[in-house]
Design a protein around this ligand. Structure first.
Ligand code: NAP
Length: 332
């Protein structure tokens, strides 16, 4: 029997905050499989701030989504049909399946995962792209040492919650910056951060002075903008600033750069960007180590699961309104 797909395709390049009319949502037939292909029933989609950037027609670390193409997204699901020797029906898989219910793939970039170890949504978060970003960004670029102060922004989100917990596992003093008292209470309660700063409640600069008396040795930045500037003003000598993301700027027509960058000079500090895909050959090593921390209880994962493929545009907006705690996942 012919299957019907439901898919979001990019219709327009957004200016500022994306709106529903920037995509079309349509039912369309699922194509027949050719030799070497698999059909995946997509169960969960990863909602990521980076999706906003992929909609812009500008040079980046990955080519933009073309007008008329299925919107790019990481996904997790099960193989429903296969003409590929490396996959069997029922295999649990993750890959860039796009914002759609069924995905045909040649298997490139598709990884089999063990649902016995963790449920599918975790492979889109802590044991997936965002956890890996935290792991390599913090350990390779941030290089924290025991006793040092590590500050993480976007701390109650998918990347931030993992970066902060790994810093704690490595014996650092961890300060998280997040929006709202509930997120801050979760960071210092369940996740064991040493302190949290609610950036919506008052001056981040003043809070950093109080909560980081020895300065900031590692800053893991997910948000950019004014918060980056405030942390730059508080760096310790030799500090490392990890530029992981800048969500506060993704909808801006003119990106606001840091004005306190001379703090890098005064403090002999460095600021370095990172892209998780550069570490692909080391993913297995990182996943093994993080799965071990999850098993012994030192690393906690939280997924914020929302439902309904057709709600995708509205759900993506949650990231920019700070409505998620932990990894935002859309159940198809
Ligand atoms: N470099 C890489 O390879 C790589 C890979 C994955 C992700 N990233 C980046 O990592 C960052 C976090 O991604 P994620 O998937 O973990 O998202 P997330 O943190 O789970 O969700 C985004 C969070 O950003 C915060 N936020 C939104 N607007 C903000 C603003 N104007 N100022 C301050 N905070 C704001 C919100 O939390 P609050 O309530 O705290 O505001 C929101 O919950 C993003 O910048 C993303 O692009 C980079």
């Amino acid at each position: 029997m012919a299957l019907t797909n439901r898919a979001f395709r990019l219709a327009a390049r957004p200016v500022g905050q994306p709106k529903p009319s920037d995509w079309t949502f349509a039912e369309e037939p699922v194509p027949e499989l050719a030799d070497g292909q698999i059909l995946v029933e997509v169960r969960y989609l990863s909602l990521d701030p980076a999706m906003r950037g992929w909609m812009n027609d500008v040079p980046s670390y990955i080519r933009p989504v073309g007008i008329g193409e299925v919107m790019r997204a990481g996904g997790a699901g099960r193989v429903a049909a296969t003409r590929h020797p490396g996959f069997a029906i029922g295999d649990a898989v993750v890959g860039m399946f796009g914002v759609q219910a069924w995905a045909v793939s040649d298997g490139r970039g598709v990884t089999r995962v063990d649902e016995g170890l963790a449920p599918l949504p975790v492979y889109l978060g802590t044991l997936g792209m965002t956890g890996l970003t935290a792991y390599f960004g913090l350990l390779d670029i941030g290089r924290p040492e025991p006793g040092q102060t590590v500050v993480v922004s976007g701390a109650a989100g998918a990347v931030g919650m993992v970066a902060g917990q790994i810093a704690r596992i490595k014996g650092c003093r961890v300060v998280g910056i997040a929006g709202g008292p509930d997120k801050c209470a979760w960071l210092t309660g369940e996740l064991g951060f040493d302190a949290a700063i609610d950036y919506r409640a008052g001056s981040v600069k003043a809070a950093l002075r109080e909560r980081c008396p020895d300065g900031v040795h590692v800053y893991f930045d997910n948000v950019g903008g004014d918060i980056l500037d405030a942390v730059l003003a508080r760096l310790a000598r030799g500090a490392r600033v990890v530029i992981c993301g800048a969500i506060s700027q993704y909808n801006a027509e003119q990106v606001k750069g840091p004005s306190n960058y001379l703090s890098l000079l005064v403090n002999r500090a460095s600021m370095q960007g990172m892209v998780v895909f550069d570490y692909a050959d080391r993913y297995p090593e990182a996943i093994r180590e993080m799965a071990g921390w999850m098993a012994d209880g030192s690393l906690r994962s939280r997924e914020h699961v929302v439902r309904g493929l057709e709600t995708f545009p509205e759900r993506l907006g949650m990231l920019f309104r700070g409505e998620n705690i932990g990894k935002l996942v859309l159940e198809v």
